[in-house]
Design a protein around this ligand. Sequence first.
Ligand code: ATR
Length: 289
Amino acid sequence: MIKATTDIFGIIGDPIEHSLSPILQNWFFQQFALDAVYVAFHVYPKELKNAISGLHSMNIKGLNVTLPHKAGVVDYCGIRSREVELLNVANTLSLSETELSAHVTDSHGFKKSLGQKRVEFKNSDICMLGAGGAARSILFALAELEPAGVFVYNRTREKAEQLVQEGRKSFGLLNARSISKSELNDVIHSCRIVINTTSVGMYPNIHDCPVDENAPFSDGHFVYDLIYNPLTTRFLRIAKEKGAAVQNGLDMLIFQGLESLRIWKQADLQLNSKHLTECRSLLETQLYE
Ligand code: ATR
C-alpha cells in the first residue's frame, strides 16, 4: 500500500508513455518487499532544469532518465561515475541529502544479460551493427569482455569510424575497426557473435532488418538484438532459421533496471532464475511476439 512514508522513484523522458520501467521497477519493489513506488514523468526538454531542481524538494529518492535527457542531466550532477564521465550520458540519478549523483547502467545490464555466454566473448571476433548511443554503451562493455576483434558496421560509416576511435582512446579497445557495407557479409561469416544496436526492426517497423535476408548466419553464431519490441525481430528470425543461438534485449532491460535499484538502495539485490522467468513473462505481456 502507498503510504505517506513510501519512497518515490521515477523515470523522466519525452515521450514516456511506452516505457516499461514503471512495470519493471514496481515489480522489483514487490519482490524485494520495498516500501517504494515508481512513476513516469513526462518531462519536455525545456522543463529539464526545473524538473531536476525540484527533485530534492519533492524528496524523490532516485530517477531513471531516458531520451532525450540522457546527456542533458549530466551537467546537473555533482557526482558522476567513471562510466558517466567517459560516455557523457546518464540513465540513473541517485539523490542523497546534499548531492545528485549520475550513473549509467546499460553496459552493466548488457554484461549481466549474457549470463554464461559472457565467457564466449573473450577472444572471439564480434560484429556490432550501429554506432549511436546504444552502440557506445555496448562497445564500452565489450572492451571489458576482451574480444579478439570488434568490427563496427553503421549506415553512416563516419559515425562507425568515430566510435571506433573513441573505443581505442577512451575504452582501451585497440582491436576495433569500422567496416563498409560490402564487407558486412564476410565479417558476419567470420565472427561468432553479431550484435544489433540499431533501432532497425523495432516496433512499428517490424519488417525492417539491419542485415541482408541472405546474411551468412549459421549454427555457430550467437546473435543478439538489443531490441525487445518485438521480442523476435526479423533480424533474430533470420539468424534463428539458420540455426544461430539468439537473444533479444529483454534481459538487458531487466538487468539495467536492477542495477539502478541496486544503486538507489545500496544493496546487493539478486534475481534467481525463477524470478527472472516471472519478470520476463510480466514484461512479455506488454510486447509483440
Ligand atoms: P540509440 O540511442 O537508440 O542508439 P541513436 O543514437 O539515434 O539511437 O542511434 C541509432 C542507430 O541506428 C544509428 O547507428 C543509426 O545509423 P546512422 O548513424 O546511420 O543514423 C541506426 N539506424 C537508425 N535507423 C536506421 C535505418 N533505417 N537504417 C540503418 N541504420 C539505422
